[in-house]
Design a protein around this ligand. Sequence first.
Ligand code: GUN
Length: 283
Amino acid sequence: MTARVLDGKALAATVRGEVAVRAAARRARGVAPGLAVVLVGDDPASAVYVRSKTRAAQAAGVEVFDHKLPATTTQRELLDLVGRLNEDAAVDGILVQLPLPAHIDADAIVNAIRADKDADGLHPMNLGRLAQGRPGVVACTPKGCMRLLAEGNVDLAGARAVVLGRSILVGRPMALLLTNANATVTVCHSRTRDLEAQVAAADVVVAAIGRPELVRGAWIKPGAAVIDVGMNRVDGKLVGDVEYAAAAARASVITPVPGGVGPMTIACLLDNTVELAALHHPA
Ligand code: GUN
């Protein structure tokens, strides 16, 4: 079997198109959706991500409020900025790019963002709502993974799903989304024993551990769905967490790196932003 490749770039373009229509409708009524994008310091990868997010937002008709702060910014200064953005009626969503410099407590910053402006879905209130199976803002990358699984017509009810990674950004919310979709979910991480056996039993594999090609193609159960969140730079090339070619020879559907999950993260950020705009300015 050779897997069907799930084209995240094309699906993201569709989602961004839907967002643009909703943003235009809001603009026509006089209120453009607004997204504040905060970048602290000069991590080159973060700068690239933030530029992509800003461009995509503007192209979709979302107003972007850019805040680039030096690496020497104090926690107090960043908290003050978040406080001002929380109060600013033009700002529907706030994104503080992670990671933050080591002297800043990232949890304290994320917790300070108003839950109804948390475009990233990382605030404890939104993660808590997800854990309760109630509506809230869903973290962008896992939301994008769920859209890709839907695009691949992957039947999640009763499926064995294995999530590799337990981060707040991806692994934990991903496990909750899959649970809410009636999958039977196992979360694996750096201390998991016999990862191969866990992966080999899985109908759905979501890899988000940040280790190039850790998941070997031969581990994949024939016919499984494989979603690769990894973005590892190896010799100047982007490589996923899954050994792609060998996995694609066994899977039913698979996401490439690049061009799979990455573009969906950005599209879902914009989707979250227009959702929050609708919450702040009901029709
Ligand atoms: N760093 C890597 N991915 C993300 C993301 O989705 N949101 C934020 N805020 N920071 C990130």
